[in-house]
Design a binder for this molecule. Sequence first.
Ligand code: ATP
Ligand code: MG
Length: 208
Amino acid sequence: MERSGQNLSQRKRLGLMGGTFDPIHVGHLVVAEEARTRFDLERVIFVPNNQPPHKKAYQVAQAEHRYAMCLLATASNPFFEVSREELERPGPSYTIDTIRAFRARLGSEVELYFITGADAVLEIMTWREPEAILAEAHVVAVHRPGFDLQRLSAAIGPEQGARILTMPMPGLEISSTDLRRRVAAGESIRYLTPEAVVDYIYKTGLYR
Ligand code: ATP
Ligand code: MG
């Protein structure tokens, strides 16, 4: 796999961070900030998805709630933005469609960095048009506890695997699944997500 920091050109660089964000938590924020500084990204845009194609096991919170929590969580970082791109597009959200939409809007001069955890990169690269994704964007795979990035090349083949950038960082064992479970169990979620998101969750009664 290519090491991070190599082959960076002088073009404007933009990070895209897709996810369900149900709810957004500090894991997402730390990963995005780390990628921003590591790859010298001008901005990182969080793109909450509409209907996750592979998340049917539980009821996903309303898109507008997830979008609102992303706004609250990113408000204090001038380099973070939240996009409604996938929310405004009907049907399931596919990464390749999103990358093409940003590409169409921003032109060919911008380099796109699609930031993803070690679990999600496997899904994305075995799901839809991985070759087109790699042609249009740099894919950054971030270490996530419990998911072995070494398996990536085995799963998607060494040729595509070699084109994925890895970003080593301290593993953060935190997930939206655990936050939802904690809220339902009446346990604290303080410091696992920004205070404004904690307040929003209690105010709206989400995940109870
Ligand atoms: P869920 O438990 O509901 O699947 P999640 O915590 O995995 O939620 P997602 O919205 O599914 O959050 O993830 C969005 C993106 O963020 C994915 O690329 C995922 O791999 C990445 N991600 C989430 N949490 C972490 C973490 N703790 N470390 C590294 N990457 C993470
Ligand atoms: Mg997930």
